[in-house]
Design a protein around this ligand. Structure first.
Ligand SMILES: NC(=O)c1ccc[n+]([C@@H]2O[C@H](COP(=O)([O-])OP(=O)(O)OC[C@H]3O[C@@H](n4cnc5c(N)ncnc54)[C@H](OP(=O)(O)O)[C@@H]3O)[C@@H](O)[C@H]2O)c1
Length: 284
């Protein structure tokens, strides 16, 4: 699965499994990213909000040396933060991200959260202006694919009406207990891939007795069971860890098959909390 690629509507391929870096302390990030690539991850997710883009870039550069891989073998995503929405600000934020990462292009650039009606009267226009900046970055060859994060159909509809380039992905919270089926289905019908943020429910999944029992049955860890289940849904898991042994463990999540019955049982599980964030109430 670490070698599996999915096709984006932009024409580019995206690795079906990714590695996250939210809450990765800058001093631990470069080593974690390097380890992830050495373990076979080819897809790294960061954001300007995480304040670790520089270290993500350093980790990738170090891994290219130890593995002999090239920059184009690694798929890198970053995101524009909520305070930087709008055409000019987004372009400036991107420039800073590119500089911090020390790259000359980004594979995937996302709008981190939608502007929402409860916060901005002109939320539709603000999302569209931000999107126009992303489209320009594609035109300029600085970004290969563009997408959104935490957009529900109600946020996407007005954007899709007026965008020139379709979003390639929607990165949303997705884990046992929070599968956002309606949004997933809606996006898929319009050609967008779904990426799972907090696939382990930010650690909450690891406390689930139901998942522990099932993991024992498969002779794997809970983390491996859950990452396998996410990928089995055709959703791209972005697991995060700064712990070398866990990164290695997570990289071995895909070499067993979960029965259809158990996949359905995990999908139906409601006891794993996670953040369950409603984008309309996430105000920054
Ligand atoms: N777009 C968005 O709004 C958004 C929001 C949240 C997250 N994200 C992205 O999604 C990524 C994943 O979300 P997340 O950071 O909440 O991650 P997660 O993968 O759901 O959970 C990470 C937590 O699980 C622990 N962990 C990981 N593997 C483990 C294992 N094998 N055994 C035991 N514990 C394990 C980690 O600990 P250690 O690190 O201490 O090892 C960390 O505490 C983020 O890093 C970020 O890239 C995006």
């Amino acid at each position: 699965m670490l070698n599996t690629y999915l096709e984006l509507n932009s024409g580019y391929a995206i690795p079906a499994v990714g590695f996250g870096t939210w809450q990765s302390e800058p001093e631990k990030t470069a080593a974690a990213v390097q380890k992830a690539i050495e373990c076979g991850f080819r897809h790294i997710d960061t954001a300007s909000l995480y304040h670790n883009e520089k270290e993500v870039g350093e980790g990738i550069a170090a891994a290219l040396k130890t593995t002999g891989l090239r920059r184009e073998d690694i798929f890198v995503t970053t995101k524009v933060w909520n305070t930087e929405r709008g055409y000019g600000r987004t372009l400036r934020s991107f420039e800073q991200s590119l500089k911090a990462l020390n790259f000359d292009y980004i594979d995937l650039f996302l709008i981190h959260w939608p502007a929402v009606p409860s916060q901005y009267e002109c939320w539709k226009e603000l999302n569209l202006e931000t999107w126009r900046a992303l489209e320009k970055l594609v035109d300029d060859g600085l970004v290969k694919s563009i997408g959104v994060s935490n957009f529900m159909p109600r946020h996407l509809e007005p954007l899709l009406d007026r965008c020139r380039i379709m979003p390639a992905v929607n990165q949303i919270e997705f884990h046992p207990g929070w599968t956002q089926d309606e949004c997933v289905q809606w996006c898929r019908e319009r050609g967008m891939l779904i990426e799972a943020w907090s696939p382990l429910a930010n650690g909450d999944a690891l406390k689930s007795p139901e998942l522990a029992a099932m993991a024992e049955k498969y002779g794997c860890s809970i983390s491996q069971l859950v990452l396998n289940w996410v990928a089995s849904q055709g959703v791209i898991p972005l697991s995060k860890s700064v712990t070398a042994a866990r990164i290695e463990e997570n990289s071995h999540s895909f070499d067993f098959v979960i029965s259809d019955e158990d996949l359905a049982a995990i999908s139906a599980l409601d006891s794993v909390a996670g953040k369950r964030r409603n984008p309309d109430l996430v105000l920054y």
